[in-house]
Design a protein around this ligand. Structure first.
Ligand SMILES: Cc1cc2nc3c(=O)[nH]c(=O)nc-3n(C[C@H](O)[C@H](O)[C@H](O)COP(=O)(O)OP(=O)(O)OC[C@H]3O[C@@H](n4cnc5c(N)ncnc54)[C@H](O)[C@@H]3O)c2cc1C
Length: 533
């Protein structure tokens, strides 16, 4: 296994459970990829990169017995909180979204439940295909093409079970931008911003950009503790997830080596037979990559071993989610001008981006100048529900800042501009919560360049590649290789650059293991038949 991110660990677990000997080689001194917890200032710990849970699949949680290995997820008491100005805010959560929306539009309040119900139908439809390996276009052998056709037929039947309204909604969601969709449903800005934020999370695009409708849905297909669409906090931070996964893996004999950067995938007679790492060669029946496909094929595989068309398409595979991530240590809780006292809103994803127009501007500013003077910031204060993260009376906040250019348009390095942008993010929170800036004891920032250097996230892309229609499902990462298999036999992909994409879900790792085991069994049968004859 190249890489010890959460998907690598999940894949390792399922392979080991089937009796394989698995070695995980992780480049960093810490495994877990983008799902880790670290001390970022003395006494203050937090999730370093990913920071909130919903997509982690219940099957993975149950089969890896993550709860028995210490994982506890708590739901947010309020899902989202949008401070709008000094007086107004929108709160989103079970039981009160409708009355909150009514503060801004009676018409929208009358429509919100129907919108959510119709989106939930589509989320259920997507849930059904999460654990399915996408069908592939097969040009050559009919023996392989037939099973793929059957799979595609099964999928069509599943979608065919949706009623006409849902089918039309699905088409609209895939065909329209999130902005167009939301403008069609609602008239007031705050609810459109609350919903539209999901369309641009990890997606460097205007909410009016093509394909953003699907990204909106992608962030609604998860659940927290059985509550569909809800987001929660992993006690101890996101590292608690990968620590629990490692216990499950080691229990099955998986070896996890850190400080073991893989330099090359060894290919002999057209087949992947192992890797080199830390000056050693490791041979294996299957080589599995947890890396962004662009990194795998661009840096670790001899280009001559890849078909030219595949190589070109991987070179064009789009990465760059436009993300800037900060952790801040706080002397006290933030006090929002519109709701100063502490309350459930401090357990929410606090979205500082009051309208779709604001998000659209943030994107066009970033394209032109690298970032916007009015950036998009989501803040969580996990220490409100998790005392293990900060000294008593102190707090930590995660700032997830969206829409900075993956590479700065004037050619300057992110290293030269990072602190300036970090100041801007703090000032942005300050504008909604006066006193915030003065409460900051310490901060740690990750620019897109840092995300690439630290985690191997090409272009700083948190999803291992844009969740665009031409990079999803059978086409993730490239059409014809959307079934976790690289174009080199014996080489597999199990990271977020495969179906169903980014997020701490464990699903790519789960599905890839299924395909690897299928191939190894088939190969074993072939070898024993040829021995018999
Ligand atoms: C800032 C940020 C915020 C996010 N927020 C959320 C969130 O709140 N919720 C959510 O669900 N998702 C979130 N995500 C997305 C999610 O974290 C990722 O999509 C997911 O973790 C990817 O997991 P993975 O296992 O596929 O790959 P990764 O986590 O990227 O793991 C790949 C591993 O491979 C290792 N590696 C790289 N090169 C080599 C090499 N040559 N040899 C050996 N090892 C190597 C890396 O060090 C890394 O450990 C966020 C991501 C980021 C970066």
């Amino acid at each position: 296994m190249i890489g010890g991110g959460h998907n690598g660990l999940v894949c390792a677990f399922y392979c080991a459970r089937a009796g394989l000997r698995v070695l995980v080689l992780e480049r960093r001194a810490i495994f877990g990829g983008a799902a880790i917890t670290e001390e970022f200032a003395p006494g203050f710990r937090n999730s370093t990169a990913s920071y909130t849970v919903s997509l982690l699949h219940p099957k993975v949680i149950a089969e890896m017995t993550l709860a028995d290995h210490g994982l506890r997820i708590v739901e947010r008491k309020m899902q989202n909180f949008l401070p709008l100005n000094e007086r107004d805010y929108l709160a989103v959560g079970r039981g009160y979204t409708r009355s909150e929306v009514a503060k801004f539009s009676a018409r929208d309040a009358a429509r919100i439940d129907e919108f959510n119900a119709r989106l939930a139908v589509l989320a259920d439809a997507v849930r059904e295909i999460l654990l399915v390996t996408p069908p592939q276009a097969i040009e050559t052998r009919w023996t392989q093409a037939v099973p793929e056709l059957i799979k595609a037929g099964g999928l069509a039947r599943r979608l065919g079970r949706l009623d006409t309204t849902a089918q039309r909604d699905l088409l609209a969601l895939f065909g329209q931008s999130a902005g167009e969709l939301l403008d069609g449903w609602f008239e007031s800005d705050p609810i459109k911003a609350a919903l539209g934020f999901d369309a641009i999370v990890g997606n460097y695009a205007s909410p009016y950009g093509p394909g953003t409708g699907y990204v909106l849905l992608h962030h609604g297909i998860g659940e927290a503790n059985g509550v569909k669409g809800a987001w929660g906090h992993a006690m101890g931070g996101m590292g608690a997830i990968t620590q629990a996964m490692a216990v499950a893996c080691r229990g099955l004999g998986v070896e996890i080596r850190t400080n073991a950067e893989v330099r090359e995938v060894l290919v002999e007679k057209g087949r992947a037979v192992g890797v080199t790492a830390a000056g050693e060669a490791f041979r294996a029946r299957a080589v599995v990559s947890n890396l962004n496909p662009k990194l795998l094929f661009g840096a670790l595989v001899d280009p001559a071993a890849l078909p030219a068309d595949f190589r070109e398409r991987i070179a064009r595979y789009r990465c760059g989610s436009g993300t800037f991530r900060m952790n801040v240590a706080l002397a006290e809780l933030p006090r929002f001008a519109c709701l100063p006292e502490a309350g459930d809103h401090l357990t929410a994803g606090i979205i500082m981006a009051p309208s779709l127009a604001y998000m659209d501007r943030a994107y066009s500013d970033a394209r032109a100048r690298g970032w916007s003077k009015a950036p998009i910031v989501e803040m969580l204060v996990p220490s409100v529900v998790d005392e293990s993260l900060a000294p008593t009376g102190r707090h930590v906040a995660s700032l997830f800042c969206q829409h900075v250019a993956p590479a700065l348009p004037d050619g300057s390095s992110w290293d030269a501009r990072k602190e300036e942008v970090a100041d801007l993010m703090i000032d942005t929170v300050e504008s909604f919560a006066p006193g915030f800036k003065a409460s900051v004891i310490a901060r740690a920032s990750l620019s897109p360049l840092d995300l690439e250097r630290t985690f191997g996230l090409t272009g700083g892309d948190i999803m291992h590649g844009a969740l665009a229609l031409d990079q999803l499902f059978s086409a993730r990462p490239v059409l014809g290789n959307g079934n976790y298999r690289a174009p080199i036999p014996g080489l597999y992909m199990c990271g977020a650059g495969t179906h169903p994409g980014g997020g701490v879900s464990g699903i790519p790792g789960h599905n890839a293991a299924h395909e690897i085991l299928k191939d190894l069994r088939r190969r074993g049968r072939r070898q024993s038949r040829s021995r018999d004859t």
